[in-house]
Design a protein around this ligand. Structure first.
Ligand SMILES: Cc1cc2nc3c(=O)[nH]c(=O)nc-3n(C[C@H](O)[C@H](O)[C@H](O)COP(=O)(O)O)c2cc1C
Ligand code: SF4
Ligand code: SF4
Length: 254
């Protein structure tokens, strides 16, 4: 069976989970082709697979744009797909949305699961370093994670079609967040020149190709998904959102 796995990840939670899932397939004797979802990788959608796994974090109760764009570019042709998502608190109708879209694209969804991980938005935007809130948020993890991963992989291999979950009861409450509530932050990106060591990690890591070199300096554009990878991973905290993130938590699970 040709198994491919594509995952979107900002700070790295979904990346870590994807490795766990890939590891479980490998333990069962399957090899998996494994790639991060970015603007560049979406230009070469997966081909030749029998089973496709798609992983993503929930951003404002929805899947990230690049995940939706990837699904929209694929023709399922009756093949199997499974989903896994990571969330800090509440996923809204994210799973329902991707499973419905997958069906429209001709896929059979055979497994889906949600996993709790620390909220990368709350850590960066609301947590001072060393605070109790930092400690609390970093302790958020799915209990029985390994059992959940085993079950997901088992179901994915077994291949029976599952139905999308019902609409969440709180859907009317989160519907107003259909527009990204963090969108205003895109204009607040700042690069502190005296802190930047020009390592280029932010340029390489941005899923949107939104960070570039410009006359030897880092320049951040407005095509941002607010995945927060550049802020969490910059080794010197040179990337900031104005002054609001000067003493807040940076988080890197990998
Ligand atoms: C911009 C943004 C919006 C988020 N919105 C939600 C949300 O609506 N619900 C939720 O449970 N978690 C939310 N989170 C938390 C992430 O889903 C969670 O931390 C996830 O594990 C991040 O995965 P990643 O590190 O692979 O990007 C949000 C995080 C970010 C950066
Ligand atoms: S990751 Fe940080 S230090 Fe490295 S080039 Fe980007 S802004 Fe500069
Ligand atoms: S600029 Fe930063 S936050 Fe925006 S998409 Fe790129 S890495 Fe993510």
């Amino acid at each position: 069976m040709n198994i491919q796995l594509r995952y979107y990840s900002g700070a790295g939670n979904t990346e870590v989970l994807s490795s766990e899932i890939e590891g479980e397939f490998t333990r069962r004797g399957y090899s998996v082709c494994f790639e991060r979802i970015t603007k560049q990788s979406n230009a070469q959608p997966p081909t030749g697979f029998d089973l496709l796994g798609v992983g993503f974090p929930v951003y404002h109760f929805r899947p990230p744009r690049l995940v939706v764009e990837l699904l929209n570019s694929l023709d399922g042709g009756g093949r199997s797909i499974f989903f896994f998502l990571t969330k800090g608190m509440a996923s809204g109708d994210s799973l329902r949305q991707v499973m419905t879209l997958a069906k429209e694209r001709g896929f059979r969804t055979v497994a889906a699961a949600e996993f709790y991980y620390p909220g990368t938005d709350a850590l960066l935007l609301f947590c001072k370093k060393g605070s109790t809130l930092e400690h609390l948020l970093k302790s958020v993890h799915s209990r029985k994670l390994q059992r959940q991963v085993n079950r997901l992989v088992e179901q994915a291999i077994h291949g029976a079609v599952i139905s999308p979950p019902a609409q969440k009861y709180y859907h009317p409450l989160v519907a107003p967040f259909n527009d990204n509530p963090y969108q205003y932050l895109v204009e607040e990106f700042t690069v502190l020149r005296d802190r930047c060591i020009k390592c280029g990690l932010c340029v390489k890591g941005c899923p949107r190709d939104n960070i570039r070199w410009s006359s030897g300096e880092i320049a951040i554009g407005l095509e941002c998904d607010l995945c927060l990878r550049c802020l969490h991973h910059c080794p010197t905290e040179a990337i900031q959102l104005g002054e609001r993130t000067l003493n807040t938590v940076r988080y890197k699970p990998v």
